[in-house]
Design a protein around this ligand. Sequence first.
Ligand SMILES: Nc1ncnc2c1ncn2[C@@H]1O[C@H](COP(=O)(O)OP(=O)(O)O)[C@@H](O)[C@H]1O
Ligand SMILES: [Mg+2]
Length: 137
Amino acid sequence: MKFNYIVPGDDFSRAGNASSEMKKTLQRLGLPQAVIKRTAVAMYEAEINMVVHAGGGRAEITIEPDLITIIMKDDGPGIADIELAMQDGYSTAEDEVREMGFGAGMGLPNMKRNTDEMLIETEPGKGTTITMKIRIL
Ligand SMILES: Nc1ncnc2c1ncn2[C@@H]1O[C@H](COP(=O)(O)OP(=O)(O)O)[C@@H](O)[C@H]1O
Ligand SMILES: [Mg+2]
């Protein structure tokens, strides 16, 4: 099964809609609670990052009997230093973004923690694609 979402980059009030829709679908499919939670958290953080840092993007989720694959793709500025970006608390978010409750610098570490595999492909000035895999046990 495949699910596709467009994540608009201009509307903070709708940030998180795609992951929340996906979560409902996983619940309808009757997947294990722990798998749903990890998928929802990882996708939410990646979705928020696309809105805050990349002007929006696309999400593609594939569900197989034993695996969930989340691909988050944007045409934003890219990530210059992945190792630095992965550190707890590291954030380039502006003050006004922080005032809205985003930009604690825990998104990427949380995505890593909640997935079994995570691959970041990024090119400065071109965009970022993050592929995350969650095993269904
Ligand atoms: N999709 C993205 N495009 C460009 N930069 C990104 C993207 N996702 C993350 N980043 C960069 O990595 C940093 C760390 O991300 P994250 O851990 O989610 O923290 P936060 O979003 O709170 O800043 C961000 O501040 C930003 O500089
Ligand atoms: Mg973030």
